[in-house]
Each structure stands twice: as C-alpha cells, then as structure tokens.
Design a protein around this ligand. Structure first.
Ligand code: FEO
Length: 171
C-alpha cells in the first residue's frame, strides 16, 4: 500500500476514536440533563465510531501495514441547549465525510482500487450518518420545545439498539 494512503488511514483511526469520544461527551451531557434516551442514542453512536476505528485498523493489518495509535484530543463539552450537540454532530459528520473523501481521492490518484472498494462502505455510511444527524436536528426543532414532544423524542432515542457494522460482523 502506498505510504501516504496508509498514513491517512492511520489518521482516520484517530479521527474515528475522537468521534467516539465526542459522542460520549454528548451522551454525558444528555444524561446529566435527565434525557436518558438521548444519552443512549449517543452511547450507541460512540460504539459505532469505535467500530469504524476498528474497521480501519483491521484493513491496515490485512494489508501488512503498521497501526500507529496517537493521542486523542479532549472533546468540547459545553452546551447551551438540547439542540446544540445535535448541530455539532452534523457539523462533525460533514467533517468526517470530507476526511473519507480525502482518502478516497488519494486512493483514486494511486489507482488503489482495493482501498477505493474498501472505502465505499464508509461513503454510504457517511450519507446515512449525515441524514440521521439532520433528522435529529429537525425533530428537536419541530417538537423539542414541547414537553410531551421532547418526552416522546427521548423515548424514541431510548429504543435505539446497537448492531455490529457489517465489515466487523463478517469476522
Ligand atoms: Fe465514523 Fe460518524 O463517522
């Protein structure tokens, strides 16, 4: 594998672990505010991000590349209202999409078809992640200011369950 691509994938492991850290901070905020359903939603989101890191790690191993784990930055933990973490989640997912696209672009330039194929799962996943984040924002804007509406949204988030992503489930 081209060293530049291996380096970008190594950096992506860190970015995904940071995402997990960020979403855990969101979960803590909602838990402290009494919205256990939203806390559950972001705990699962954090687990998925850890899984994304593991998928990239596995890919490096399978291609005989070293994994280099580096320091994870502390996440931002100050929020003024229930909407703010949701908006930050969308902003963050767009940033992650740009990182995935950057690796894809490098793989395309190197004619690394294997990595392009590997990244296709993430291209689809990012579309889903952005779509989910947008849905969380619009729900909060539409119904979150009404106590009964917020209660129902929280209950909906409480029902979210973790599933192993397919690239790891195939083990
Ligand atoms: Fe791993 Fe939410 O992107």
């Amino acid at each position: 594998m081209d060293k530049k691509i291996a380096k970008l994938i190594n950096e992506q492991i860190n970015a995904e672990l940071y995402s997990a850290y960020l979403y855990l901070a969101f979960a803590d905020y909602y838990a402290e505010e009494g919205l256990g359903g939203y806390a559950n939603y972001f705990e699962i989101q954090a687990a998925e991000e850890r899984d994304h890191a593991l998928i990239f790690r596995k890919y490096l191993h399978e291609n005989g590349e070293n994994v280099v784990l580096t320091e994870i930055a502390a996440p931002d933990v100050s929020f003024d209202n229930f909407l703010e973490p949701l908006e930050k989640a969308l902003e963050h997912e767009k940033f992650v999409t740009a990182l995935i696209n950057k690796i894809y672009d490098a793989a395309f330039k190197e004619k690394d078809f294997r990595t392009m194929n590997f990244l296709n799962w993430f291209v689809d996943e990012q579309m889903e992640e952005e779509d989910n984040a947008e849905g969380m924002i619009s729900n909060m804007k539409l119904f979150g200011s009404d106590p009964k509406g917020l209660y129902d949204l929280n209950a909906e988030c409480a029902a979210r369950v973790y599933t192993v992503p397919s690239p790891l489930a195939a083990e």
